[in-house]
Structures are given as structure tokens and as C-alpha cells.
Design a protein around this ligand. Structure first.
Ligand code: ATP
Ligand code: MG
Length: 247
């Protein structure tokens, strides 16, 4: 990517790059204006966490990778911010874990759905789900309830990065194992997740891919990664990291 006119040595390089990608996403119609607000909220938490992957977040990324590998049917959910920030990285994670990709928008419009699907295909995705929308998540209003029956509707494990709290709860209520990437450990999305990953999606997705490659074919290591992870403890650790600057 051509990206930005800021040297990589700049202390805020990653943050500026992230902003630039979101801005681009809004300009090309992939990301909604609401997505800018969500990004700002994420940045504030990233700043408080020291803009790094904590040890607990790394353990969550490993557990999430193991869940994706163990799933009967894993789906990675893509919204406008995810598509703008990590399109190629999500395609690579899907390939490394055998998961499907599904576009799933809070502010759903046909044009934005198509644009995001095209964007993912430009980044190497073969199949992109979400456009059929013949399934529903119970308990949500019409537009936000739409999913593909053979995608998220059928999945036993879903990765929902930067998901709205309401929908995250509704998906968990469907009995799905929910993996959430969200920098705010207090958000309902993080609180309802089986595996809350309190890390910037820019760092979290490549890290999950690395873990998945390492864990592939090693059932015992996958089980260990899942069993040794404690969601409540991970959320507390993230809060401590924010309050006290603890690792
Ligand atoms: P709740 O989950 O409590 O309902 P919310 O849904 O209102 O909160 P939103 O602003 O809609 O919160 O969702 C955006 C969430 O995504 C925020 O919690 C924000 O911290 C997080 N977020 C934004 N950008 C990133 C990013 N780059 N990486 C990880 N998380 C991010
Ligand atoms: Mg949320």
C-alpha cells in the first residue's frame, strides 16, 4: 500500500496509518461515518493500554486461533472498519484456519455490502458471504438481524471484531462460541465474548494467523490454549493494564 507520508520511525506511525486507512475507507464508501467515531474510541483505549499487545491479549489471540481451528464451521465477520483496516489480513486468517468470511454491517446498505465484498475479493478472498441474508439472529430488529443461513447462521464459532454490543449478545445467546476483538474491556461485546481479545485489530489479526499456523495439526496444543484461557481474568487484566500500566 502507498499509505502515508510519515516515516515508519515516527512514534505514532501505526496510529496515523490506521487513521489514514479509515479515512480512505470512508472516502471509498467501505466505512460509514459512524466508523470514524468507533475508531476514535478504539484509539483512546489503545493509548491507555500502551499501544501494545499485552501478554493476556496474546494468550487470547492464541485461544481464539485454537477455537477457529477446532470449529466445525468458523466464520469471520467483516464490518466497514475491519474491511478498511485489515482486509488482506482477514483473508489470510481465513485461509490459515479454514474459516469463511461474511460481511455483516451495523448500517447495512446494498451498495456498501457490495463494495466491501469487492474489496475483500481484491485482497484475495474467493467466497464472500453475507449478501444472501436469508438467515436471522433472533432478538434483533430487522436490518441488524440479517445473516447468511449457511454462514454466521450455521457457524459454531464466530470472530466478530469491533462488533456492536447488542449484536454480540444476541450471537452469544444463539450458543455460538464468540471471539471478539475490542480494545474496550468494558464494552458489552468484550464482556459477552467467550474469548475477548483486548488489542488493536491491526495487531490482533496477524497474531492470530501466526498462532493458527503454529497450532495447526496439534490437537493437544489447541486444547491447552483454549483451556488455559480465562475470559473474566483476561478482562480484569486489561482493566489493570489501563489503570496501573501493568503488563
Ligand atoms: P458496547 O459494546 O458497550 O455496546 P459500542 O458498541 O457502543 O459499545 P462502538 O463504538 O459501536 O461501541 O464499537 C466500537 C468498539 O470497537 C469500541 O469498543 C472500540 O473500542 C473498538 N475499536 C475501535 N477501533 C478498534 C480497533 N482498531 N481495534 C480494536 N478495537 C477497536
Ligand atoms: Mg461494542
Amino acid at each position: 500500500m502507498s499509505e502515508i507520508d510519515v516515516p515508519e520511525s515516527h512514534p505514532r506511525y501505526e496510529s496515523l496509518l490506521t487513521r489514514h486507512r479509515i479515512e480512505d475507507g470512508v472516502e471509498t464508501g467501505i466505512t460509514s461515518k459512524q466508523g470514524l467515531i468507533a475508531q476514535g474510541r478504539g484509539e483512546a483505549f489503545d493509548y491507555l493500554l500502551g499501544e501494545r499487545t499485552t501478554d493476556t491479549a496474546a494468550a487470547a489471540e492464541r485461544a481464539a486461533a485454537a477455537h477457529l481451528l477446532q470449529a466445525d464451521h468458523a466464520v469471520l465477520s467483516i464490518n466497514g472498519n475491519v474491511a478498511a483496516l485489515v482486509p488482506g489480513e482477514m483473508v489470510t486468517l481465513a485461509e490459515a484456519t479454514g474459516a469463511d468470511l461474511e460481511v455483516n454491517l451495523f448500517n447495512r446498505t446494498a451498495a456498501r455490502m457490495e463494495r466491501i465484498a469487492d474489496h475483500l475479493r481484491e485482497h484475495g478472498a474467493e467466497d464472500v458471504l453475507g449478501l444472501t441474508a436469508d438467515g436471522r439472529i433472533p432478538g434483533l430488529d430487522h436490518e441488524r438481524a440479517k445473516v447468511d443461513a449457511d454462514g454466521i447462521g450455521d457457524a459454531d464459532v464466530v470472530l466478530v471484531p469491533l462488533e456492536d454490543g447488542d449484536r454480540a449478545e444476541a450471537l452469544a445467546d444463539m450458543g455460538k462460541t464468540e471471539l471478539v476483538v475490542d480494545l474496550n474491556p468494558l464494552s458489552r461485546s468484550a464482556q459477552t465474548a467467550a474469548v475477548p481479545i483486548v488489542d488493536n485489530i491491526i495487531r490482533a489479526v496477524p497474531a492470530m494467523t501466526e498462532h493458527a499456523r503454529e497450532l495447526a495439526g496439534d490437537e493437544a496444543a489447541q486444547r491447552e490454549a483454549i483451556e488455559s484461557f480465562d475470559a473474566a481474568e483476561a478482562l480484569s487484566a486489561a482493566e489493570r493494564a489501563i489503570r496501573d500500566g501493568e503488563l
